[in-house]
Write a protein that binds this ligand. Sequence first.
Ligand SMILES: [Zn+2]
Length: 475
Amino acid sequence: MSAVVARIAQAAAGETPQYSVTYDPQSAHADVRLCLSGAHPQMVFAADSPGAMRFLGGLQRSSARRIEPLRAGWRARGWQAGECLAYSADIGAIAMLHSDAGSRYGEVLVTDPQYWLLRADTQTQLGANLRIELPEGWAIAAPWHELGRAGRSIQFQIPDTPPDWSARVALGQFEEQRIELPQGSSVRVAILFDADAKQRAKLMTWIQGAASAVFKTYGRMPIDDVSVSIVSIGSTSYAGRFFALLHPTAVFGGDSARGQGNSIQLLVDPRRPLAEFVSDWTAIHELSHLMHPYLGDRGSWLAEGLATYYQNVLRARTGIFTPAQAWQHLGDGFADAAATKSDDTLEQAANSMEQTHAFQRVYWSGAAYWLSVDSDLRRSSGGDLNLETALSRFHDCCLPAYHEWKPENFVAKLDELMGVRTFSTHYREFAQATRFPDWQKIFADLGVVRSGGDKTTFDENVPGVAIRNAITAAR
Ligand SMILES: [Zn+2]
């Protein structure tokens, strides 16, 4: 068969799998039915991993034909048009793993749906559709796109993302609220614990503020429909609760997942005052990650740098910080990170960050990259262009991105969209550098003066004053 014919045959074989799910809270099991319209000589249904197979049972084809286990999934020969595969998934047991695969917060179960939705090998980049039937009073928070609701049945479209990207779906008796933003953007917020009305209002105010800050970057949300889940430290392990007692704070952490769509999870102590939530960096940091595609380990310095840069300048733009406070935070971060020692290039450090914990160097070198690129764009265009222009154009061409981008392709795309070489030129310099970037030079050019290391003042007599002001000016 010629390559062209083979491609056509493959495209014809591709289709959109239809999942129907019914969840039973008593047994914490889901009954899943996976149907395909086409006939296939053989079908492979991939499990997340060999270990994930034990959570699925009672597999049965609607044709009553045989299905055989493989190392990480099942094979069905002689698949008929319109045939379905039915099985039962032990969601409760997955949630008890307390890992990326699943967690339990009180009565709410958070699991990676890739553990319980077998992946048909005929699925294409069009993804899959799923209809779930929930018990009375139950809710689901998922990264999927909601297509419609009828009674207790919800219809979703599931984006096709690489199977090794982790995803999160919460099932429980909670309420998902929607924050509507202009231009059709929205953020769905699920508070996954028993918050009282006051706490609920406080958390919504916090997320609304963080979403508006990110929205203002270029007048749209980077992703139209993102799912944010808020977990209370009080509903985690004893160790978590004990830690919270020793280190009282509003926000303990956050992370973003990109599997099957975009989702963000935030870990909080809901009893802390609103002011502490508002001034915290975590929510703006995680929402800023939506502005870039997944860049892999090697590109993590670009990703974390962008979120670290914006967590500071956006807090100034929305008035949470004064400009002096924002530059103070940036300077403190640069100074601390510059004091860390390593012989690795920044790219090597980023690649091995999870093992070496070189987080400071990676995050703050990246922040210095975006600050220097932003400054250069503004300088060379007389203030007409900036980083927001570039990211806004990237949004229009390339988001949401359901596949990994190589970091050099991402910066090359930004250059192409702007008709410049700034992004790639700085990228090569930064990625190969074994020393922390010369942030003091960047600060000097912008007239940011750190006297005695802990006090930030401004020099109004350098050409970069207008650029500095524009970066932190209120929006
Ligand atoms: Zn981050």
